[in-house]
Design a protein around this ligand. Sequence first.
Ligand SMILES: [Zn+2]
Ligand SMILES: [Zn+2]
Length: 316
Amino acid sequence: MSISSAEKCKKKFSFEAAFWLTLAHVGALAAIPFFTWPAFAVCMILLFTISPLGVTLTYHRLLTHRSFKVPKWLEYILATIGALSAQGSPLLWVAEHRLHHKYSDTPNDPHSPRDGFFHSHIGHLFYVKDHHCEKVMIRYVPDLNKQAYYRFLHKYNVLIALSALPLLYLAGGWPFLLWGGFMRVTLMLHFTWFVNSATHTWGYRNYETRDQSRNIWWVALLSAGEGWHNNHHAQPNSAAHGQKWWEFDLTYRIIRGLRFLGLATDVITPVTAKSTIKSILISPVAVMAVPNVILPNVSLGLAALDMSSVEPLTVE
Ligand SMILES: [Zn+2]
Ligand SMILES: [Zn+2]
């Protein structure tokens, strides 16, 4: 598998990334002696609100894969919640995840365990892309980059992520600041990173995709349903990642709730007939023909396929 020179990322060690990652973990350790039950409750409430709504529902299933639609005003509110997660702007998060799907578990995957578990979990984050690379990554998100609000969230991403800290301090002093801020962010980061590391290493497979994706129940519980990652790689555009009756998927429950309220439409449901899935997986042409693949030039869900036979990225 090859990647054009225009798509190669020049990677370099980032002291800025190292600073923020170290600060988050030191802050989380510092939170332990400040434990109070109210502070712990704030941490859990924010964790299991911002992560499912902002990251898994919005950054991943809505913005990356367009698994459903919501009104634009709601999409922007949800994306702003995602920006509070300290996982980066929607532009770069979505771009990197689309790259992951396009090059899953190949040398061009941004975070494959084939380069080591540590690399896939956190190590790759110490090596951010230079300006040229960022410009390249923007090419993977033409749908978002043309919207001024997403450029705003990208430009002020750090300020937005930090904005919760003074509010938490005013609400409950150091216990709220450390638990609702640093502990919450650190736990949330690791829960998300387990999707990149653990679910490409351990677990079971419902589908014989060509990547190393797996399903793991405890990652699914921690990440609001993202642990059913093999199901997701097999059907990237499906709003539901859990497919067996025991594969609980909190994020899909929320999407169904939004649909019940009339706030979510065009919800893409999984293809359940295994024979149909197999026929999709062996034919890139068949996948390109699957309804609701809304960005035909951006390979959102072709990780399971032989990419050499798929149209290269041509978005400008
Ligand atoms: Zn994956
Ligand atoms: Zn995905």
